[in-house]
Structure formats: structure tokens, C-alpha cells
Design a binder for this molecule. Structure first.
Ligand SMILES: Cc1cc2nc3c(=O)[nH]c(=O)nc-3n(C[C@H](O)[C@H](O)[C@H](O)COP(=O)(O)O)c2cc1C
Ligand SMILES: [Fe+2]
Ligand SMILES: [Fe+2]
Length: 396
């Protein structure tokens, strides 16, 4: 058991079993479902855990409380990775009062049934626990409509829900000051790009609102508890990503069954490097899980996509990636594209339609290759690479 600050204990759990978060995103380092127990004059749990971890969770809670009941369950976010335990919690603690905003409590009823004791709170309302007092602030669409944060006025702790969360289980302690945090930074960017990525504007609004608070500890629902200078670092990452700000560099995401389209990608990469672009990342859309590609697309300013024609359309994993990019409302990117075919080209047309839809700045002339590589195609690929390099260098 870990006491964090004042009467707040960490009672979250590690999930080292789930292979794909949301059935989509791999978890090479696992993930946590963080829950916080405030054992004050009144007892409050802030968020809970995935239902599969209820036994372990209850053991942790009872290890601190013994047979003392829980007065409140504060629900910052209703997604089942944090709310799945509600039904069982109500069985063990029939008098528990669920505390959240109107939208969240309607969702609770929809997912877990009616009949719970509830306390509906709104922006700025407070809940007195004794030593600690919680104040609630709505942060809608980060990344669900009912999301809010709970701010502990006494100890300056922000219980932030999914905001400022990251993938990665905890190795012995939740406290950033007692661990090597290096693994979590790239996992935070991948978490943001995949889970929160679409909601840049709401994240910006939330950051503006939270700026007014004096925060000494951030307790999110995934990953370490952040303190000290890490609070600014975490806020900076969420700020940069939600502005869709990117650094100089190019992601070449390609599909290729037999290696012909890959040769185009290699040629473009070679020219980018020759032109002095140091950060060139190549991703095979079939082999690399798209969560890693999307994280790199959030990081770099240049995007070059290429795929073969497939059944009078485009190679399916590229179709999937295009849809994932569209869904995230990404902004401020330079886009180049290319494709191949054997008898009638459709892939480049599909990429052109994508480009119009997302509104990225088209950079260079798209390249279409019939069958194998020839000198003219090779030159066109080099030109595409050079055009992207020139565009990026113009921003230096
Ligand atoms: C299942 C399948 C469907 C294909 N459909 C088309 C098509 O509709 N039109 C076309 O011109 N080429 C089509 N092709 C051919 C590929 O686009 C072509 O062979 C290309 O060179 C493959 O690029 P790669 O070597 O990078 O895999 C198809 C290939 C496969 C395997
Ligand atoms: Fe969530
Ligand atoms: Fe979550």
C-alpha cells in the first residue's frame, strides 16, 4: 500500500495480461487502472478499475479500510476500464454514494442499472471529506463527454481521469520520484495519439482551465503519479500534441506485398536523407501496429504515404491507416503520396481523395508506378523526396 499525500492511498492495479487496449493498441509494457482511496473522516474512492481486477482491488481497499465502509465513489470518467467495478462495488458497499456530473450518472445507470445512491455535482461544487476537500471541474471530450477532474484543495492534488495518462504498468511504485520514468514518455505520446488524438480543441480548453489551479501532484487513471517538474513536462506533452505541433522529420508509411512499392519508399527515404533530413521513419502498414505509426505521425511534420492498387482500390491496411488519420482531425502536416499497380491504377486516386479530405498541404508531385521500378519512376520518387525536404527546410 502506498500513501501518496495526506490521507490519499494508491489502490490501482497493473494489467500485464491484456494484449490490445480497446482491442486495437498493443501494450508492450502493460497498463494500469489507477484508483485512489481517501481515508479521511469520510471515505472516498476516486475512480475504480476494470472489472477483471476487482478481487485484487478490493483486497487493496480492505487492506487500508478493514471493515470500514466507503462513503463516496467519485467518478471522473465512465469508460469501463475505470467504471467496470461499479456493480460489484455496490454489492460490497450497498450504501456507497456515486458522485459525478449528470451526464456521467446517466451513463452509470445505462451501463450498470438504476437504484444506486447518487450525488449530482456540477462545475465548481465541492465535497468535504474532513482534512481533504474535493472540487470538481468539467473537462468535456477529454476524451468522453462526461469527463471531469477532481481537485483536492487541501493537498493540491489533481485527480485528472484519463488526462495526463499513459500506457505502461507500474514496477513497484506509482510515484514518479521513486522510479525511472524513461519508459513512460513515449508511451504517453502513443497513448495520446491513439486515445485522445481527435480532441485537440477540448484538451486545449481543459489545459486553460487547469492552469488556474495550484497543482503539486497529478493522479491520473493510467501510469505514474506525477510530481515536481514532471507536472510541467506532462502538461507540455499534452499541450504540444493537442496543438498538433510537430517537429522536422518525415514518416513514410507504406504497404507492399512483393517489394515494388517498397522500392519507391526506399528511394524517397534515400533522397530525404541526402537532402539533410535526419529524422526519417519508415513504417510498413502491414507489419507495424498502427498505434506506433500514429504516434510518429503526431511527432513529425512530414507524412508520405504509399501503397499498391488492390482489387480496384488501395491495399487494405493503408485504407485503415487513412481512416485512422482522418478520425484524429490531424492538422498542420505536409503530405506526399505514391502508389503502384499492374494494369489499372486506383491507389494513387484513393490517396488523392484522402489528401483532399484531410486538407494537408500536398508536397511534391504524387508518383504512380506501373509494375517494376524504372529510371523515370526512380527520378520521380527522388523529386518527391526533395520537394518534401525543401518544404521542411523552408520552415527552419
Ligand atoms: C489481390 C490483388 C489484387 C490486385 N488488384 C489490382 C488492381 O485492381 N489493379 C491493378 O492494377 N493491380 C492490382 N494488383 C497488382 C498490384 O497492384 C501490383 O502487383 C503491384 O506491383 C504490387 O506492389 P508490391 O510489389 O509493392 O506489392 C493486385 C494484386 C493483388 C495481389
Ligand atoms: Fe478513457
Ligand atoms: Fe482510461
Amino acid at each position: 500500500m502506498t500513501t501518496l499525500k495526506g490521507k490519499v492511498h494508491y489502490v490501482g492495479v497493473n494489467d500485464r495480461v491484456k494484449t490490445l487496449f480497446e482491442g486495437l493498441w498493443p501494450l508492450p509494457y502493460g497498463v494500469t487502472y489507477n484508483s485512489y482511496l481517501i481515508a479521511d473522516d469520510k471515505v472516498a474512492l476516486v475512480d475504480s478499475v476494470d472489472v477483471n481486477f476487482f478481487d485484487l482491488f478490493l483486497e487493496k481497499v480492505k487492506g487500508i479500510l478493514g471493515e470500514r465502509p466507503i462513503d463516496y465513489l467519485v467518478i471522473n470518467h465512465m469508460e469501463p476500464d475505470h467504471s467496470g467495478a461499479i456493480r460489484l462495488l455496490r454489492k460490497v458497499y450497498p450504501d456507497i454514494t456515486l458522485v459525478s456530473n449528470k451526464k456521467a450518472l446517466e451513463m452509470v445507470e445505462g451501463f450498470y442499472g438504476a437504484g444506486a445512491k447518487t450525488l449530482t455535482i456540477a462545475e465548481g461544487d465541492t465535497l468535504e471529506l474532513g482534512h481533504h476537500t474535493l472540487r470538481f471541474h468539467m473537462i468535456p471530450m477529454v476524451h468522453w463527454p462526461e469527463t471531469m477532474v477532481s481537485y483536492d484543495i487541501t493537498e493540491h492534488i489533481l485527480f485528472s481521469g484519463d488526462a495526463f495518462g499513459c500506457f505502461g504498468a507500474l514496477n513497484g511504485t506509482p510515484l514518479d520520484s521513486r522510479m525511472d520514468t524513461s519508459v513512460y514518455w513515449s508511451e504517453m505520446e502513443r497513448y495520446y495519439a491513439n486515445i485522445v488524438g481527435k480532441y485537440g480543441a477540448p484538451v486545449q480548453k481543459a489545459l486553460q482551465k487547469l492552469k488556474a489551479l495550484d497543482i503539486e501532484m497529478v493522479c491520473s487513471t493510467h501510469g505514474p503519479v506525477w510530481t515536481g517538474e514532471n507536472i510541467a513536462r506532462v502538461g507540455g506533452i499534452y499541450d504540444r500534441l493537442s496543438r498538433y505541433e510537430a517537429e522536422e522529420g518525415v514518416v513514410i508509411a507504406y504497404g507492399s506485398m512483393y517489394g515494388n512499392t517498397l522500392q519507391m519508399a526506399e528511394t524517397i527515404a534515400g533522397e530525404l536523407a541526402a537532402q539533410g533530413i535526419r529524422k526519417v521513419v519508415m513504417h510498413d502498414v502491414s507489419r507495424v501496429n498502427h498505434s506506433f505509426i500514429l504516434a510518429d505521425l503526431f511527432r513529425y511534420k512530414g507524412i508520405i504515404l504509399g501503397a499498391p492498387t488492390y482489387n480496384a482500390s488501395i491495399y487494405p491496411p493503408m485504407e485503415m491507416l487513412m481512416s485512422e488519420i482522418e478520425m484524429r482531425d490531424m492538422k498542420n502536416r505536409y503530405l506526399g503520396y505514391f502508389g503502384s499497380f499492374s494494369w489499372a491504377c486506383h491507389s494513387v486516386k484513393r490517396l488523392a481523395a484522402f489528401s483532399e479530405k484531410v486538407g494537408f498541404e500536398v508536397t511534391g508531385t504524387p508518383v504512380e508506378m506501373k509494375q517494376g521500378m524504372k529510371e523515370a519512376t526512380c527520378a520521380a520518387c527522388r523529386e518527391l523526396g526533395k520537394a518534401m525536404a525543401d518544404r521542411l527546410k523552408a520552415d527552419r
